[in-house]
Design a protein around this ligand. Structure first.
Ligand SMILES: NC(=O)c1ccc[n+]([C@@H]2O[C@H](COP(=O)([O-])OP(=O)(O)OC[C@H]3O[C@@H](n4cnc5c(N)ncnc54)[C@H](O)[C@@H]3O)[C@@H](O)[C@H]2O)c1
Length: 474
């Protein structure tokens, strides 16, 4: 289970002077393999290959790129159960969720890129000329571990479809799914140099990509700190920068919502993937009059969570990804108690049944106030903050009282009432009444949640430049 080679110019090669890092299964803390961390010299080689490949790939026909994407889809489908298992082993997501959600959502990005590419008009005639959309060039892609294949696919698929070439640096914590995806792209016959994979850490490989003068665009999904660092490094060569960063999403339960149902759904939404989701509804805003009913419903929902071995199909919550994530979540749970929030369920320490693995107890706090750390900071663990409001105006104010703006959620049987609230939430996505995660509509953040949009048509256009052909006619 090693990832000791990187993929450059169509070949699997050893990284230059590589350091090795253990790949740890977070469910039992045992080493399952090794990843070789690349260097700036590897990034140079990968970027040079991508640059050489750009002329030919950017001038392929739509049909050629569609064919390549369809072969990737076939290869991905054939290996989907294996891809799901790899993600479960490297980052602890329960196998059922990994198969039905994480892997299938990743596959969908390739299918979606095909759908958009089939009819996309790269040129549009205007009275005084033509507007032409062209591939941006060489793209650097830096991705996290929490939805590893989804985040890689949401960048790679539109970049391939538009005619860009690329260098991917996946999370060093989740290198196995990245290696498998590179094998699928290789087997699909994508020409050498179009797609390159350099495994490695952020400060070395990530920063080399972000600052490389031959990279035209860099797209990062990760924490705000990494996003800021990448943008600063990219500024020296005026790169296009796309950032998909953190969140602290509010879930507003309006007074006419079915409280028991909405609270239970909100608790589960906050806990999928052990709470390691950027758009998790981690702040539940409940009318103060419904406080006790909501607390009881939250307790009931927590009791239905099945914690355990993520390889067991019945498990609904696995461990967190790493010791450092475990420590961070523990510290934030402690801060909630110290700052006077009411502990409704869960709390500090490991669940009783777990004697190894980075398992935490799914935790709910009530009476959380906007100044508390658990109301302000992205926890990235199964910790829900219930906050109580007296008026809809106050609910909106609390929802927007955050530096983040990735998502929001509104629950009410009255679509007009909910829409008024949704329009006032300063976030890139607002979900109504448990609408399922959507993979075609734009995804991205307001404020410090990022710049740019992924998924579907919006994600496709992120990889295009705009050229005005003045005086030309169609
Ligand atoms: N908005 C979104 O779409 C979205 C989706 C998923 C995760 N996230 C965010 O990602 C974070 C969790 O992921 P993580 O812990 O892997 O984040 P992270 O910031 O630690 O790492 C993300 C990626 O950036 C790289 N990186 C780290 N430091 C870097 C640097 N100085 N220069 C260049 N690259 C660097 C890492 O190696 C990794 O590949 C959370 O904050 C979460 O909200 C956002």
């Amino acid at each position: 289970m090693d990832a000791l080679e990187i993929y450059i110019d169509g070949n699997w090669v050893k990284p230059d002077g590589a350091r090795e890092m253990a790949i740890i299964n977070p469910a039992d803390e045992r080493q399952i393999g090794r990843v070789a961390l690349g260097s700036a010299a590897d990034v140079d080689r990968a970027v040079a290959a991508a640059r050489r490949a750009f002329d030919a790939w950017s001038t392929t026909t739509r049909a050629e790129r569609l064919e390549a994407l369809r072969r990737i889809v076939d290869g991905f489908r054939a290996r989907l159960p294996e891809l799901a298992r790899l993600m479960t082993m490297e980052m602890g997501v329960p196998i059922t969720f990994s198969t039905e959600r994480q892997a299938t959502v990743a596959l969908f990005h390739f299918e979606e890129a095909i759908r958009v590419l089939e009819t996309y008009e790269f040129e549009r005639a205007e009275p005084t000329g033509i507007i032409r959309r062209e591939p941006i060039g060489v793209c650097g892609m830096i991705t996290p571990w929490n939805w590893p294949l989804n985040q890689m696919a949401s960048k790679i698929a539109p970049a391939l479809a538009t005619g860009c070439t690329m260098v991917l640096k996946p999370s060093e914590i989740a290198p196995l799914s990245a290696r498998a995806l590179a094998e699928i792209i290789d087997a699909a016959g994508v020409p050498p140099g179009v797609f390159n994979l350099v495994q490695g850490d952020g400060p070395t490989v990530g920063e080399a990509i972000a600052s490389h003068p031959e990279v035209d665009m860099v797209s990062i999904t990760g924490s705000a700190g990494a996003g800021i660092r990448v943008a600063k490094l990219a500024a020296d060569t005026i790169k296009r920068v796309a950032q998909e960063l953190g969140g602290k999403s509010a879930n507003i339960l309006l007074p006419d919502a079915d409280m028991a149902k909405a609270v239970a759904a909100g608790v589960h939404a906050c806990n999928t993937n052990a709470g390691q989701n950027c758009q998790s509804p981690t702040r539940m805003l409940v009318p103060r009059a419904n406080r006790d009913e909501a607390i009881a419903a939250a307790r009931g929902a927590i009791d239905t969570i099945v914690l355990g071995d993520p390889m067991d199909p019945k498990t609904t919550m696995g461990p967190l990804v790493s010791q450092s994530q475990f420590d961070k979540v523990q510290a934030l749970i402690a801060s909630g108690i110290d700052e006077g929030a009411t502990l409704v369920a869960g709390g500090p320490g490991r669940p009783a049944a777990a004697n190894a693995g980075y398992f935490v107890r799914p935790t709910v706090f009530a009476d959380v106030t906007p100044d508390m750390r658990i109301a302000r900071e992205e926890i990235f663990g199964p910790v829900l903050s219930m906050m109580f409001y007296d008026s809809e105006g106050e609910a909106v104010a609390i929802a927007n009282d955050t530096p983040f703006g990735l998502a929001g959620f509104v629950q009410s049987p009255d679509p007009e009432r909910a829409r008024k609230i949704a329009n006032r939430i300063r976030a890139g996505r607002v979900y109504y009444n448990g609408a399922p995660f959507d993979r075609s509509l734009p995804f991205g953040g307001y404020k410090q949640s990022g710049n740019g949009r992924e998924f579907g048509l919006a994600g496709f256009e992120e990889y295009l430049e705009t050229k005005a052909l003045v005086g030309f006619t169609a």
